[in-house]
Design a protein around this ligand. Structure first.
Ligand SMILES: O=C1C[C@@H](O)[C@H](O)[C@@H](O)C1=O
Ligand code: CO
Length: 298
C-alpha cells in the first residue's frame, strides 16, 4: 500500500472561475503546496504547458504530478473529437509521469453554468447517451492503456453521473479493466450519497481519490436557494478535510483496509480571498496527518 498525498491548485486559482485567485501566480501556489508538506499536485491552467519546464519547477520543490482533469463530450459530440483532445492530454500527463487520467463527461453538464441550479437542472442521460458514454469511455481506456495509463471517471455535481444510481449504472455498463473510478468525497456528500458505501463497493475500481469537505450551512443553502454549482463554490460550500461536516476517519480506515495504492489529493475549491490557501493547505495536512497516524483497526 503506497499512498501519496497531493493538493490541487484549485484552492489557489480556480480554472472554472478564473476571477477566483486571478492574482495568485503558479509559483506562489506550488511554493505553498511544498511548504505545507504535500508530495504532488494536479495540473491547473497557469502551469507551464511544456513538460520539461513544468518538471523543472516541480522537481525544485520535490513535487510530482498526480493527474489532471479531462472534459469528455461523448454524449454530445463525435467520438473522434473527444479522442483527439484526449490523446494530447494523455501524452502530456504521461510525459509528466502520471499514471491516471481524470475523465468527466461534460455533455449536457451544468457544472459551469451560472444560470442553472445544480440540483434542479442536472442532466439525465437517455439510453442512447448512456451507451455512447460507456462505449466511448472504454475506447479512451484502451487509448490510455497504450501508454500504460488508466482512466479514472470523476462523478460530479451537475453532470449525468452524480448520484449513487448513476455511478452504479456507469460501473455496470463499463469493463473494469478499461474504466476505473475516481472517489471524490465532497461531490458524494453534497449530492446526498454515502461515501463509505461507494468506497466499499468500488474499492477494487477506485484508482484516484479527491478529498474535499462540505460546509453544512452552505450545502443546505445550495439546495434550498437553487444555486448554481459555481455560486455555491463562491459561497463556500466546499472546504478542506477537517473543516466541514465529513468524518474522514472511517473513510481513511476503509481506504487503509482496502490496501489502496495511489494518490489522495486534497481538493477544496473556495475563494482564496476568504480562505487563505496556505493556511487551509496546512489545516488539511495537519488533520490528515493526525487521522492517518491512528493505528489500523483490526
Ligand atoms: O476534480 C474536480 C475538478 C474541478 O474542476 C471541479 O469543478 C471540482 O469540483 C472537482 O472535483
Ligand atoms: Co474532484
Amino acid at each position: 500500500m503506497t499512498i501519496e498525498l497531493g493538493i490541487a491548485p484549485i484552492g489557489w486559482t480556480n480554472d472554472d472561475m478564473p476571477e477566483l485567485g486571478k492574482e495568485v501566480t503558479f509559483e506562489q501556489a506550488i511554493d505553498e503546496m511544498a511548504l505545507a508538506g504535500y508530495q504532488g499536485t494536479e495540473v491547473g491552467n497557469k502551469y507551464p504547458k511544456d513538460p520539461a519546464v513544468l518538471k523543472h519547477y516541480l522537481e525544485l520543490r520535490h513535487l510530482k504530478i498526480a493527474s489532471a482533469w479531462f472534459s469528455a463530450f461523448l454524449t454530445t459530440k463525435p467520438y473522434e473529437e473527444t479522442e483527439a483532445a484526449f490523446i494530447k492530454h494523455r501524452d502530456f500527463l504521461h510525459a509528466m509521469g502520471a499514471k491516471v487520467i481524470v475523465v468527466a463527461e461534460q455533455g449536457h453538464s451544468v457544472q459551469g453554468m451560472l444560470d442553472k441550479a445544480v440540483f434542479d437542472d442536472k442532466p439525465y442521460f437517455t439510453d442512447e447517451e448512456w451507451q455512447r458514454l460507456a462505449t466511448g469511455l472504454e475506447r479512451l481506456g484502451d487509448r490510455a492503456h497504450e501508454v500504460g495509463m488508466q482512466i479514472v471517471y470523476h462523478h460530479h455535481m451537475g453532470t449525468g453521473v452524480q448520484t449513487t444510481a448513476e455511478i452504479d449504472k456507469l460501473m455496470a455498463m463499463t469493463d473494469p479493466d478499461k474504466v476505473s473510478l475516481l472517489f471524490d468525497t465532497g461531490h458524494l456528500v453534497l449530492s446526498g450519497e454515502d461515501p463509505l458505501d461507494i468506497f466499499n463497493r468500488y474499492k477494487d475500481r477506485i484508482k484516484h481519490i479527491h478529498f474535499k469537505d462540505v460546509r453544512p450551512e452552505q450545502a443546505k443553502q445550495e439546495r434550498a436557494e437553487h444555486m448554481s454549482f459555481l455560486a455555491g463554490v463562491k459561497n463556500g460550500m466546499f472546504t478542506v478535510p477537517g473543516d466541514g461536516m465529513i468524518d474522514f476517519k472511517p473513510i481513511w480506515q476503509a481506504i487503509q483496509k482496502s490496501n489502496y495504492s495511489g494518490w489522495i489529493v486534497v481538493e477544496a475549491e473556495q475563494d482564496p480571498a476568504k480562505a487563505n490557501p496556505l493556511e487551509y493547505a496546512l489545516k488539511a495536512k495537519q488533520y490528515l496527518d493526525t487521522i492517518m497516524a491512528i493505528p489500523q483497526a483490526v
